[in-house]
Design a protein around this ligand. Structure first.
Ligand SMILES: Cc1cc2nc3c(=O)[nH]c(=O)nc-3n(C[C@H](O)[C@H](O)[C@H](O)COP(=O)(O)OP(=O)(O)OC[C@H]3O[C@@H](n4cnc5c(N)ncnc54)[C@H](O)[C@@H]3O)c2cc1C
Ligand SMILES: *[C@@H]1O[C@H](CO)[C@@H](O)[C@H](O)[C@H]1NC(C)=O
Length: 494
């Protein structure tokens, strides 16, 4: 059985009220996408957020094509997204000590496979504050209530009553037909869901900053080096510079308004897994050179770090968590999405993408199932999403390794090797279309008790031919140490 999905845009108002009350915890990209898509599919939505206001902090991240497909239903967002996207973005690659290895190319040309429609790059770098603002504007227009200043401390479900609920730090209770826990890394729902996994320190950190480009005026040399790309006909366009060195990599982005740099290298004793954890520039200048060996970072890069205004630098410690499939409570009244369900290494280019896909998928499942079948909807959703996100996590590990151990001899002929692998199975996916296509079959398999890893009746949204076996980071580490490529575990990962 397959449900019809004709792919035509169905803006908000197209679907009737389905009576499902949804409570969403967290206003990250996962929570806000869930709010939009649940409203569009006919649910009644409320949102809780621990902070007193929206948080437009952050610098840049990679937004995969699969996460943007639902914009077609939101014409105002689609238009805004087009405006804020850096259509003509350039990219060039250096060694960490400053040798230009891959000259500037339009990012969309370099990122895509030769046989792919050039107007459809597999994704783009976005500035988080701009994308976030776009979301907030849309949410405000819809009038979705966001209750700020509500820090959730616990989750529960009552199966006989048919509700999920939360308790806040002030002792307030909120209940709904379904609670979507989109509260990020270390979600407070994990006690109920049983999905705690050990966070394994990678001993690495992302050191990162975004600031007005005018700060470069203080040093003409830095300003000149990190200038925007100049096209042959004299236009100035944004450019990403990637820097690859032994055990380290970095990115810079120069726009007309903002300068961003991100370095992935060793962590120090101050590193924390917190987007508000600050560092000072001398700390960064010191740490980046500590582990690179004889050949040190290009002085110009260190000068860029020194020009960064105080209070802008984030020292974000990187942890690895093994995939864990417990995203939902037994009765399906509480479910994790986004970072709360699965965390990614930044090199996977998938944190925001998979979070948004989760939200689109879950909203579609709820709509298909209806208010009387929430348990079924939630468990079908998890079954559709788990292997895919576990593969994306593994891909992150592979990419981190690839960027940290760049083989320059090979890169000369194949510039792709100097950037993360962005496989077709990731970006081609349309989480909404997929849900309509496979929902009934998934439910049938669940009813028949077919274990997830033995279910081959469903078209894969992960590497074709891949057979899921539970795995752990610990299995991959020994391979890493020997300088070999990470074993991806079979199937077509390109
Ligand atoms: C301020 C900020 C800046 C970021 N900047 C970048 C960046 O520059 N580059 C990048 O690649 N990634 C960045 N990220 C991470 C990235 O946005 C996420 O990894 C990804 O988008 C998945 O989003 P999420 O919605 O699952 O989680 P998150 O984006 O972490 O959102 C979780 C939300 O839940 C709220 N919350 C947490 N606990 C509770 C609680 N107990 N009760 C109520 N609410 C709670 C948080 O305040 C937050 O609003 C940033 C995240 C944040 C929060
Ligand atoms: C669940 O809800 C029922 C019906 O409202 C109530 O009687 C019961 O006490 C609740 N259970 C718990 C554990 O709160």
């Amino acid at each position: 059985m397959t449900r019809s999905y004709d792919g035509t845009p169905k803006p908000v108002g197209s679907y009737p009220d389905n009576g499902i009350n949804v409570l969403i915890v967290g206003t990250g990209l996962a929570g806000l996408t869930a709010a939009l898509e649940c409203v569009r599919k006919g649910c009644r939505v409320q949102v809780l957020e621990r902070y007193d206001d929206i948080n437009t902090a952050g610098d840049m991240y990679f937004m995969g094509l699969s996460a943007t497909k639902f914009f077609k239903h939101w014409p105002e967002m689609a238009e805004q997204y087009k405006k804020i996207s850096m259509a003509n973005m350039w990219i060039e690659t250096y060694t960490h000590d400053g040798k230009l290895m891959v000259p500037p190319q339009l990012a969309r040309d370099r990122l895509r496979d030769e046989d792919v429609d050039p107007s459809m790059p597999p994704g783009v770098f976005q500035l988080r504050p701009l994308v976030y603002r776009m979301y907030v504007d849309q949410i405000k227009k819809l009038g979705v209530p966001i209750h700020f200043g509500n820090r959730v401390v616990d989750y529960y479900e009552n199966e006989s009553k048919g509700v999920g609920g939360v308790i806040t730090d002030k002792g307030k209770k909120f209940e709904a037909d379904i609670v979507i826990a989109a509260d990020g890394i270390g979600s407070k729902s994990q006690r109920l869901l049983g999905g705690q996994v050990r966070a394994v320190s990678t001993e690495r950190a992302m050191w990162r900053a975004a600031f007005p480009v005018s700060y470069l005026n203080k040093n003409p040399e830095v300003k000149e080096f990190f200038r925007m790309h100049e096209t042959e006909d004299g236009r100035r366009e944004p450019i990403i510079r990637t820097w690859l060195g032994p055990g380290t990599y970095a990115l810079t982005l120069t726009r007309h308004d903002v300068m961003i740099w991100v370095v992935n290298c060793q962590s120090n004793e101050n590193s924390q897994e917190e987007w508000s954890n600050k560092a000072n520039s001398e700390e960064v200048v010191e740490i980046i050179n500590r582990h690179v060996g004889e050949v040190k970072w290009a002085p110009i890069f260190k000068e860029l770090i020194r020009l960064t205004p105080a209070d802008c630098i984030i020292n974000f410690k990187l942890f690895w968590r093994d995939p864990q499939p417990k995203w939902a409570s037994p009765g399906g009244r509480v479910v994790n999405i986004g970072d709360a369900a699965h965390t990614f290494l930044p090199a996977s280019s998938n944190g925001a993408t998979q979070a948004i896909e989760d939200a689109v998928s879950l909203a579609s499942c709820l709509q298909i199932a209806g208010r009387d079948n929430i348990r079924e909807a939630v468990h079908a959703h998890v079954r559709m999403r788990f292997i895919r996100t576990a593969c994306a996590q593994r891909l992150g590990f592979y990419n981190a390794h690839r960027l940290q151990e760049t083989q320059w001899g090979k890169v000369k002929n194949e510039p792709k090797l100097a950037q993360p692998k962005l496989p077709r199975w990731v970006w081609e996916h349309d989480p909404e279309e997929y849900t309509y296509r496979v929902y009934d079959r998934i439910v049938q398999s669940m009813r028949q008790g077919v274990p997830l890893e033995e279910d081959d009746s469903i078209p894969p949204n992960y590497p074709p031919g891949y057979k899921y076996k539970p795995w752990s980071l610990a299995d991959a580490v020994p391979t890493m140490g020997r300088g070999e490529n990470i074993d991806l575990g079979g199937g077509n990962w390109d």
